[in-house]
Design a protein around this ligand. Structure first.
Ligand SMILES: *Cc1c(COP(=O)(O)O)cnc(C)c1O
Length: 377
């Protein structure tokens, strides 16, 4: 059996190698390494795929979040509400811009922001909310958007783990995650659902004025070369990455289908197990399974982790420390912040190998190995 990896990018590359090598050669021949034709072509193809008016590429997903917050004109001291149960990038940029991160709870089942927890955290200083579509499952956007509108708050979606996901509103209308709020942010980090062969990111918006501002901020605050209207930064998707991402975007829906098939296999193998909760799929979210994350009950997770490693099955804890307990926020006066569901999940989640190339015999081996341990300990 082929060795099992958390994410198998080698097997995926093998299938598109000829085309990728041709595209890379084309970029090298053109020597247009920065802002070459592929960057705009990719942005346009992404716009069409997402059904959004503007896609602004940038250097990585963390920059996308930072530039989004800069473009919305947030001022030092403004409060930004985010879940604590997320990757650090979501909240790190809040602190970097001298804004105040306000951590709220997630739902036990979806792992995403709890709308009522969000509502309760709103103060006169709150300016924005950053729902995260964690592991590929959409946050409850219909409620979050309604609360944000009621309180006049900006909505930045952290779509780094859910590119290609779909949100289904209660009236049946559908839209891609990342296109629902004021600005959507994503990452093309290699292991993401749409990953390049290096760093990359993008911002999405349907607002023309915001798009203009995002573009300017990502480009030293200039519209006209050497005339800098705003303080910005230097954040670009390079041409090589754009050329590679164009190829992979064409396969994104197939990649999502392969991930979903693996998730279906896992779900069936662990169905109704008293010690294992499989990922929930809300009716409003078309899950894209960036991660396949179990919640364990009365299982020694460290021992399971060690057992799996011994049997050559990789597993990961996303994430071992929630945001509100990270040392980097020790000076944020978070006070006696109590997020019991976040803490509860942090102790119980474990993610299994999830990628586009999982083979039936690998899935069988992974699930059997997990069950061997859980049933006997
Ligand atoms: C990966 C990720 C980011 C950051 O993306 P980078 O491209 O690594 O900067 C932000 N938020 C979430 C939820 C992520 O998973």
């Amino acid at each position: 059996m082929r060795p099992i990896q958390m994410v198998d990018l080698q097997a995926q590359f093998a299938k598109i190698k000829t085309e990728v090598m041709q595209q890379i050669e084309g970029v090298l021949d053109s020597a247009a390494f920065i802002n070459g034709a592929a960057v705009q072509q990719f942005a346009q193809e992404m716009q069409t795929y997402l059904g959004v008016k503007h896609v602004i590429p940038c250097a990585n997903g963390t920059d996308a979040l930072q530039i989004a917050m800069m473009a919305l004109g947030l001022e030092p001291g403004d409060e930004v509400i985010t879940p604590s149960f997320t990757y650090i990038a979501t909240t790190e940029v809040v602190a970097l811009l001298r804004l105040k991160p306000v951590f709220v709870e997630v739902d036990k089942d979806t792992f995403c922001m709890n709308p009522e927890s969000f509502r309760k955290a709103i103060t006169p200083k709150t300016k924005a909310v950053v729902p995260v579509h964690l592991y590929g499952h959409a946050a409850a956007m219909e409620q979050i958007l309604a609360i944000a509108k009621e309180h006049n708050l900006c909505v930045i979606e952290d779509n780094a783990q859910a590119i290609g996901g779909t949100y289904i509103f209660s009236d049946g209308t559908q839209a891609k995650t990342g296109t629902l709020g004021d600005i959507g942010c994503t990452s093309f980090f290699p292991s993401k659902n749409l990953g390049g062969y290096g760093d990359g990111g993008a911002m999405f918006t349907n607002d023309d004025a915001l798009a203009q501002k995002l573009k300017m901020i990502a480009n030293h605050g200039q519209q006209k070369r050497y005339y800098h209207e705003l303080v910005g930064c230097n954040s670009r998707l390079d041409t090589l990455q754009a050329a590679i991402l164009r190829i992979k975007l064409r396969d994104l829906d197939n990649y999502i289908a392969a991930r979903t098939a693996a998730a279906d296999y896992y779900d069936a193998a662990f169905a109704n197990h008293p010690k294992i909760t499989t990922p929930f799929r809300a009716a409003y979210s078309k899950h894209v399974f960036h991660q396949y994350t179990l919640t364990l009950h009365d299982v020694n997770r460290d021992a399971l982790n060690a057992y799996l490693a011994e049997k050559a099955v990789p597993s990961m804890i996303y994430y071992p420390v929630p945001g509100h307990k990270q040392q980097m926020f020790a000076n944020q006066a978070l006070g006696e912040l109590d997020l019991p569901i976040t803490d509860w999940l942090t102790e119980r989640v474990i993610s299994l190998p999830m990628h586009t190339e999982l083979l039936p015999e690998q899935l069988e081996y992974i699930t059997k190995t997990v069950l061997d341990f859980v049933n006997n300990n």
